[in-house]
Design a protein around this ligand. Sequence first.
Ligand code: NAP
Length: 496
Amino acid sequence: MRTFGNIIGNQEIVNSNSAYFTTTNPKDNKPIDNRFYEATLDDLILATQLAQKALYPYSKSKKKSAFLELIANKLEINRDQLISSYCLESGLPENRAHSELNRTIYQLKSFSELIKQENWEITHSSPADELRSPTRKPELIKKRLPIGVVAVFGASNFPFAYSTVGGDTASAFAAGCPVIVKCHPFHAETSTLVARLIIDSMKELDLPEGTFSHLLSSDYVIGEALVNNPIVSAVGFTGSIKGGLALQQIAQNRSVPIPVFAEMGSQNPVFIFESTFKNDNTESLGKKLIASITQNSGQFCTKPGIIFIPNTPHGIDLVNALKKSLHEQEIEAMLHKNIWNNFQQLTSLINEQPGVKQIVSIKDSTFENQGRAVLTEMDFETYISNNVFHQEVFGPHSFIIRYDSENQLNQFITITDGQLTISIFSDNPEHSLDDVFLFECQLKAGRIIYNGVPTGVEVDPAMQHGGPFPSSSDSRFTAVGTDSIERFTRRVTFQK
Ligand code: NAP
């Protein structure tokens, strides 16, 4: 049996008297032979105190870029062990694990490159004007400074890229902030293996202890106490709307409120316009959409969760193509029994509502927690009048809404919640669609995709991953790409 402790101040502390939890293999629901000792409130206090001490020396350190590079290299060197733990704990396939690890390594390297640029911290520099009348104009230099100690909560569905050393941790380290991670209990082994590599990198570069801590916890007590701790200055959260809102509430109720950068759920509407059928493409479009809905059991925040299809002969062909393709998809396990249970309960509740027709994938597999895909079809009026449909269904599910007129799409876009993405399939979306409709789409989403599916978020400085509430807590920021560093910096002007 392997045992794992909390990592605080360069030490992994295995307190065998404290409570422990295990992770499970989602493909058979059997516990994995490991034991994780729960962090105590004393552990948390020690981690925050060490992080506070580390803030000044770490933020001033010239080794931050090398630190990010070294972690990336260690992830590469330890790839085999990381991939095997990732697959065992998440049930996700190996090819997905490799691409997510590549993405995580790339993210670390891009932040390393960013902060290598001389004076990257300076946003504006304005020279003095000694001769200005009637008063001298002072020299002003505006700089990005680290916001302070950052707490990070990762999501279950990205054990590498949105977890221990995912985008939040990498951007906070690049900004000069010490980080305390509350590990996700579904992939605690993968998380601890990554945390150990971070500590090894810190030791190799002689960075201050407390620059990073990793707390094991399977309930909300430690997470809530972390957000409430006065030393913590900002929170990076990726997960459910419910979780993000709970932590935001705690952060707002503190005597000194702090920002929670929460990346949460989204329905990611897809609008199919009649003009897209010009090329007789219903079958290929059906395949493309189903692949995006069902890939890795649909457990993506950018999964297309609602598709608007015109009530026309071509539209009906597309609905039939979706059903055909649905039955051809292979089944994968979902991440955890709890996630599978939630998916079953929500899709059953949806099925009980009047006016809906559900189509369920018929393929079977040898896995427990089978992510069998579900499409729920209905007309526009049924959709709009029932709140049960106006929420993210995390897993391989999508609402198929048949619409009669484009006015109904205008009606939807004005009332829908904020979204991470909106996809528009049309002959020429930018020119052939109503300007007001396109403008409303921009008001509601962080990314507009023309003739493409929303899954597959490029890591690029031009990427905006974060949309209006409730898809994100603050739509002015992105969680992907080097601009995400802005969440963990604060600007200060130096005047001479
Ligand atoms: P989750 O249940 O919200 O968990 C995320 C983390 O937050 C976990 O560590 C969890 O702790 C903690 N947490 C949740 N509620 C809490 C509370 N009330 N108090 C303290 N801590 C709390 O989310 P998940 O199931 O792991 O991930 C799936 C969700 O994430 C989906 O909705 C998906 O769309 C979203 N997601 C969004 C993005 C994005 O970029 N927008 C990316 C990936 C995933 P415990 O595990 O101990 O409960």
